[in-house]
Write a protein that binds this ligand. Structure first.
Ligand SMILES: [Zn+2]
Ligand SMILES: [Zn+2]
Length: 248
């Protein structure tokens, strides 16, 4: 399994990265987790514009899904002809949320472009990937994802505050791609995001083999976040970098 970070900036794009988006490949199948602002640009550095097999949206906050609006034009208007509808998995309301971004309702509710599969948390077989999801601790329905293939496992937190469900989902995983949006501070609201320390604690309790920190917001000092995580997690921890690939 290969993970390529297409975007790892939290909340809004940073100077060095689009918002959340992760390309996961195995056996020639290309699954993208989230498609946040700017990610379609980075996508083209790694695969052909139309060469995706499925998308899974963790949740419907703009920094995780809104590039599907622009990307719909890329698929509809491509000079080689429009490809078949792309399977798009996401929480209930995915189709309506994306369609609401247009000034007039899109043709066929975008169903000529996207094959929407609004799913509750549970398990899906997506190409070669077994995808197990769990509800995270966030103000809207957010799915944390455990993606398994070839005996390897990647867990992506989506956006979450402290979550026992994340610890269970990430049990003994090969790589935990975990949000760490802000420095540790007791004044932060609960149930929204994790600090670097909390991300490290979740990885430690889950027994994750490796921790990759993502969703850092541009105004935070990444060294502070990384230091907090390393203080709480005994395994290897690093910051996700846009464009970087990771073999699992
Ligand atoms: Zn977010
Ligand atoms: Zn969010």
């Amino acid at each position: 399994m290969k993970l390529t970070v297409l975007g790892c900036a939290g909340t809004f794009p940073g100077p060095d990265s689009p918002c959340s988006s992760y390309l996961v490949e195995h056996d020639g199948f290309r699954l993208v987790l989230d498609l946040g602002a700017g990610a379609v640009g980075q996508l083209q550095r790694h695969v052909g514009l139309l060469d995706l097999d499925a998308v899974y949206l963790s949740h419907l906050h703009a920094d995780h899904c809104l590039d599907l609006v622009g990307y719909s034009y890329a698929r509809q208007l491509h000079p080689d002809g429009a490809p078949p509808p792309l399977p798009v998995y996401g929480p209930a309301g995915t189709a309506a949320r994306l369609c609401a971004a247009f000034d007039s309702p899109p043709r066929n509710g975008l169903r000529d472009v996207y094959d929407f599969r609004e799913v509750p948390v549970g398990q899906q077989q997506i190409g070669p990937f077994t995808v197990t999801t769990a509800r995270m601790n966030h103000p809207v329905e957010c799915h944390g994802l455990r993606v398994e293939a070839g005996g390897r496992s990647l867990v992506y937190s989506g956006d979450t505050g402290e979550s026992e469900a994340l610890v269970e989902l990430a049990a003994d995983c090969d790589l935990l791609l975990c949000e760490a949006s802000w420095p540790d501070d007791p004044g932060r609201p609960a149930g929204v995001h994790l600090s670097g320390r909390q991300a490290g604690e979740h990885a430690e309790r889950a027994g994750a083999r490796r921790l990759l920190l993502t969703h850092l917001v541009a105004w935070t000092d990444p060294d502070v976040i990384l230091g907090e995580a390393r203080g709480a997690f005994g395994g290897p921890a690093e910051l996700a970098r846009c464009g970087q690939a990771y073999e699992l």
